[in-house]
Design a protein around this ligand. Structure first.
Ligand SMILES: Nc1ncnc2c1ncn2[C@@H]1O[C@H](COP(=O)(O)OP(=O)(O)OP(=O)(O)O)[C@@H](O)[C@H]1O
Length: 231
């Protein structure tokens, strides 16, 4: 039987001049691969900020199940160009959150974990390359590896494949799908790319101004996308 990991109970969010999410209720099951789609400015990032608890809903509740401590979130941001002079290697970047202010060196166990993640994300061969000189796809894989450092059970990809070339998109999402299938990692993929959403996810949540629709990805037809975008 499926078990919920995240529940949005009648969630709304209003900025001072604009309400972006209204009365949204949704239950995310453990092990699901959910795509969140919808036009620019509809509130996808705002919704993710509420899940990440950076924003508090104006109304309603964001609940983690069975409790807040049982859910560890990993977050992969949108691609941003990094200064070519950025000094950290891919390996050091991945282990960054292990390094403390007083003890910047990593323990043997931590170095092992970084090694596992390099293997998992197929970055071992380029691990000593400065992140600033890595390709877009390698940078995003390094962000993915960094997000996996604390063994999350919920992974959020916030338009993480936007501006990557088709091969890099596929590589990144193949890695994520493999984690989803092998380890049961629950995934939320925010995207504008309907074909990618169809290929990788099993559920969708389509946000439109003032309302939303959700269901199995097979129900997200081209007609529905066109109709909702023109509504
Ligand atoms: N801090 C803020 N104050 C006021 N309005 C904001 C603020 N942040 C976002 N907005 C507005 O809220 C709306 C929703 O923004 P959000 O970034 O959540 O949309 P989105 O669906 O993620 O868009 P995109 O697909 O373009 O990334 C937008 O109209 C945006 O301009």
């Amino acid at each position: 039987m499926s078990e919920p990991i995240l529940q949005l109970d009648n969630v709304s969010f209003a900025f001072p001049d604009k309400t972006v999410i209204e009365n949204l209720s949704y239950t995310l099951e453990k092990g699901a691969f959910l795509s969140i789609v919808g036009e620019n400015g509809v509130g996808k990032t705002t919704l993710m900020k509420m899940v990440l608890q950076e924003l508090k809903p104006s109304n309603g509740r964001v609940r983690f199940l069975p409790n807040r401590n049982s859910v560890e979130i990993g977050y992969v941001p949108q691609f941003r160009n990094i200064d070519p002079e950025y000094p950290l290697s891919i390996r050091d970047f991945i282990g960054l959150n292990f390094a403390g202010f007083r003890t910047p060196w990593l323990t043997k166990k931590e170095r092992q974990r970084v090694g596992e993640l390099l293997t998992e994300t197929k970055l071992t061969g380029v691990s000593d390359r400065p992140l600033g000189q890595a390709s877009g796809g390698e940078k995003q894989k390094a962000y993915l590896a960094q997000a996996l450092l604390d063994n999350p059970n919920l992974l959020i990809l916030d338009e993480s494949t936007a501006s990557l070339d088709p091969v890099a998109k596929t590589e990144l999402l193949d890695l994520v799908k493999s984690l989803n299938q092998r380890l049961g990692l629950t995934v939320i993929f925010v995207t504008h790319d309907i074909p990618l959403a169809r290929h990788y996810s099993d559920q969708y949540l389509f946000l439109t101004p003032g309302t939303y629709e959700a269901g199995p990805i097979s129900a997200l037809s081209d007609e529905k996308v066109a109709k909702m975008n023109n509504a």
